[in-house]
Design a protein around this ligand. Structure first.
Ligand code: KG4
Ligand code: ZN
Length: 359
């Protein structure tokens, strides 16, 4: 079954064709980053206007790359939530119209569930298109079985959850303020590197000393906040340090601006892992599946790889960020269960109906 996946929740205008929920036949991501970079963040009005201008061509390119005609598709899936409302509506309405015109099933999916699904995808021609994933990684990732712990880390969300099925997750912990990707983006902005900042900070941190600065860790270890995270304290401490550095107050042991980036990244990852490992211990779950833009972070990947007692599965780098393949893959799972979405489905900016807290 061939599914066209449409993703326009934020600043990537993306379409992909995936066969049987697994094999990526095409994956087109048209990024709007250069149009938002000068504003240091995504401008919702620009995003939705550009999606409107691009979506037809992006979907056509996905079909062309898959060497398929529209009539050969079995279904269309699109992100319905969460995200920027104006952006979501473009992709969702495009997908509904596309399905209605061809009388094929339409499936509305959740963006965060799709990020969690990403490691289950494989490229039809793995070696050239996906250098970051070895054949063994791909095989083990696709064989992942439920339940597992999910680590969803992006620019808008930070969620630690238990996943019992592709559409059944229980949120154990989340951020009480900024998302982890947002913290990377804000630190990058203060460095003057602009938006998005995660990959830039990741690269800068490679030549810095991770132990140069002791930035604060939030004290969230009790009761309801046991698996939660917080990034606003860390973000402010790092921004203050950058300002001091600029003012010529160079502390001993941290004499390069790279040291601030490396120490920030270590702390940001430690905050995540402290809650994640606590959840692993309490639930007894030993498989962790990561997804979202921050799952591309090299320090996070290395830190999780060091845990011999846990099986940690990451999507290949190009499937960590927003893409249509994860939408098509997830859409297929609903289809095989015989489900369809009505054309009356609409977009919503927030995550919908995840169960809260592990009993
Ligand atoms: O999932 P995504 O593409 O979009 C959202 O749904 O938000 O995630 C984008 C986020 C941005 O905040 C970006 O800075 C961050 O992922 N990111 C990274 C890295 N690559 C992207 N953060 C840390 N390290 C990276 N290598
Ligand atoms: Zn995303």
């Amino acid at each position: 079954m061939k599914v066209l996946g449409i993703e326009t929740s934020c600043d990537e205008c993306a379409a992909a064709v995936v066969e049987d929920g697994r094999e990526i036949l095409s994956n087109v991501v048209a990024t709007q980053i250069p149009f938002h970079a000068e504003y240091n963040g995504v401008v919702p009005e620009i995003a939705s206007r550009m999606h409107t201008e691009w979506i037809s061509r992006v979907a056509q390119e996905a079909l062309d790359k898959a060497v398929l005609k529209a009539e050969e598709l079995d279904s269309v899936a699109a992100t319905a939530h969460p995200g920027l409302l104006g952006s979501l509506l473009v992709g969702l309405n495009f997908a509904k119209a596309f399905a209605w015109a061809r009388d094929i099933p339409f499936i509305a999916v959740d963006h965060m569930l799709a990020h969690l699904y990403a490691p289950r995808l494989e490229y039809a021609d793995v070696p050239e298109k996906s250098p970051s994933v070895s054949a063994t990684d791909a095989a083990s990732a696709t064989s992942v079985s439920y339940p597992f712990l999910g680590l969803l880390v992006s620019g808008g969300h930070t969620i630690i959850c238990r996943a019992d099925n592709f559409d059944d997750i229980t949120v154990l912990g989340t951020t009480i303020d900024d998302a982890v990707g947002e913290a990377f983006d804000k630190v990058s902005k203060h460095y003057g590197f602009g938006y998005p900042g995660g990959a830039v900070i990741d690269k800068l941190a490679k030549s810095g000393n991770t132990g140069a600065f002791n930035f604060p860790m939030p004290s969230l270890h009790k009761g309801d906040h046991k698996y939660d995270v917080s990034y606003s304290g860390l973000k402010n401490a790092v921004i203050n340090q950058i300002e001091k550095f600029r003012a010529g107050q160079i502390p001993e042991g941290g004499d390069k601006s790279e040291d601030i980036a490396a120490s920030f990244q270590r702390t940001a990852v430690e905050i995540l892992l402290r809650s994640l490992f606590r959840a692993a211990q309490d639930t007894g779950l030993t498989t962790i599946v990561a997804g979202g833009g921050v799952a591309a972070n090299s320090y996070l990947r290395a830190a999780l790889a060091r845990r011999q007692d846990l099986r940690c599965i990451f999507p290949p780098l190009e499937l960590c960020g927003d893409n249509g393949a994860m939408i098509a893959g997830l859409g297929y799972q609903y289809l095989v269960r015989g489900e369809r979405s009505p054309l009356t489905v609409t977009a919503s900016a927030r995550v919908k109906s995840f169960k809260k807290r592990y009993p």
